[in-house]
Design a protein around this ligand. Structure first.
Ligand code: S3P
Length: 448
């Protein structure tokens, strides 16, 4: 069972402006889905630009354990020979998804309507995250699950022998729940319907359509109703994974707060269900231009040019939360430098991410001399109008985005910012440290 290795304490400090081009790795959400749908198609799917972070490598291993032929043929270049919908083989060992909530939840969905038994586990963080939100709808398809108290991993899932299609209204704004239900619906006869009240990232729907599934979304009084026709034969695809806007957020935000910075961040996926942070930053006064706007592989893409900016605190509309859910940690770090308050409401979901991100950011920001207000589903950051003290040490709780947020913050604080452990950064953005250093950032490992 995976645990966390030796911690990597890190520090960042203010230096010169950030300059140059940031080549961001592939999108984590799209990377997981490319491997999973590739494994469910008949024939060879070719993937380029795959994120080679730990989370994705765990999903690749899981697909191989379930019978797909998964091969790395070059940097970010992968081939997946799929087994077809309903074709997963029973793995002969536990599937360990490491730190990846998206990985484990989507794979649970994908196997739940196949007549196989699979035991899932993950690292300490993943073993503390709620799985009932996934197993509840999967049991409606006829799957059975046995986990620890409160449905925590490790958990054994017995896939449905005679799956039934399901109509399910998601109780949370979660693309993971939606995707698990749709992937389960692939091997159920008839139409599976998923209703979400707020629109969450739609990569699964776009990609299912690309693989030839019959899927449609209509807006009704209840919300967004997605209907998938089960048991299609998925056709293999050639997928160019767009670059991850959630990873781009770190150099973009760092450039905004480090005086004199001017960077280019090319080829960033700007799917509207993901781009909420950029809208928010522009509303705060950020100098970001979206150059060469185009469409690639069914996803909108642009090159971002970002210049250091004086920011103004704002109230972030709570209905925007699903489109920037992973970006609140870095937004709250940047908001410390703004003039006035930044109010972030409707963010309860942050409490069940890789760690409780409201608490982790609140405690870390306080350690850097920033005044915050915090509630069950909100965080308010009192901007310091440019000057932020820093000098503290933030606990990251093995959460990649908490670690990167504080390291970016330290590039503009008066005193250096330390984090207790940066090793989780490799789960989603393995080249973060080098990429930031190439832009001119002073980031170091304390144990060197
Ligand atoms: C993801 C969905 C989000 C997000 C996660 C990736 C996905 O989680 O936080 O990093 O790829 O579907 P929720 O669906 O639980 O909000």
């Amino acid at each position: 069972m995976s645990g966390h290795g030796t911690p990597t304490p890190m520090q960042s400090r203010a230096g010169g402006p950030l300059k140059g081009t940031a080549e961001i790795p592939g999108d984590k959400s799209v990377s997981h889905r490319s491997l999973i749908l590739g494994a469910l198609a008949v024939g060879e799917t070719k993937i380029s630009g795959l994120l080679e972070g730990d989370d994705i490598l765990d999903t690749a291993k899981a697909m191989a354990a379930l019978g797909a032929d998964v091969e790395r043929v070059g940097d970010g270049e992968w081939r997946v020979n799929g087994v077809g919908v309903g074709g997963f083989a029973e793995p002969d060992n536990v599937i360990d998804c490491g730190n990846a909530g998206t990985g484990v939840r989507l794979i649970m969905g994908a196997v739940s309507t196949s007549p196989i038994t699979v035991t899932f586990t993950g690292d300490a963080s993943l073993r503390s995250r709620p799985m009932g939100r996934i197993t509840d709808p999967l049991t409606l398809f006829g799957a059975q699950t046995v986990g620890r108290a409160n449905g925590l991993l490790p958990l054994t899932l017995v896939g449905a022998h005679e799956p039934m299609p399901v109509r399910y209204t998601s109780p949370h704004a979660s693309a993971q729940i939606k995707s698990a239900v749709l992937l389960a619906g692939l091997n159920a006869p008839g139409k599976t319907v998923l209703i979400e009240k707020e629109k969450t990232r739609d990569h699964t729907e776009r990609m299912l359509r690309g693989f030839g599934a019959e899927i449609e979304t209509v807006e009704t009084d209840e919300g967004f109703e997605i209907t998938l026709t089960g048991q299609p034969e998925l056709r293999p695809q050639t997928i160019a994974v767009p670059r991850d806007p959630s990873s781009a957020a770190f150099p973009v935000c760092a450039a905004l707060i480090v005086e004199g910075s001017d960077i280019l961040v090319p080829n960033i996926g700007l799917n509207p269900t993901r781009a909420g942070l950029f809208t928010t930053l522009v509303e705060m006064g950020a100098d970001i231009t979206f150059e060469n706007q185009r469409e690639e592989g069914g996803e909108p893409v642009a090159d971002l040019r970002v210049k250091a900016s004086k920011l103004q605190g704002i109230e972030v509309p709570s209905e925007r939360a699903p489109s920037m859910i992973d970006e609140y940690p870095i937004l709250s770090a940047v908001a410390s430098f703004a003039t006035g308050k930044t109010v972030m409401r409707g963010i309860r979901e942050l409490r069940v991410k890789e760690c409780d991100r409201i608490d982790a950011m609140a405690r870390g920001l306080e350690a850097m001399g920033v005044t915050i207000e915090e509630g069950e589903d909100f965080l308010i950051v009192h901007g310091q109008g440019g000057k932020v003290q820093g000098g503290g040490k933030a606990s990251t709780f093995f959460d990649h985005r908490i670690g990167m947020s504080f390291l970016c913050m330290g590039l503009a604080t008066e005193r250096p910012v330390s984090i207790d452990d940066g090793s989780a950064i490799a789960t989603s953005f393995p080249i973060f440290e080098n990429l930031m250093k190439d832009l001119g950032a002073s980031i170091m490992r304390n144990n060197r």
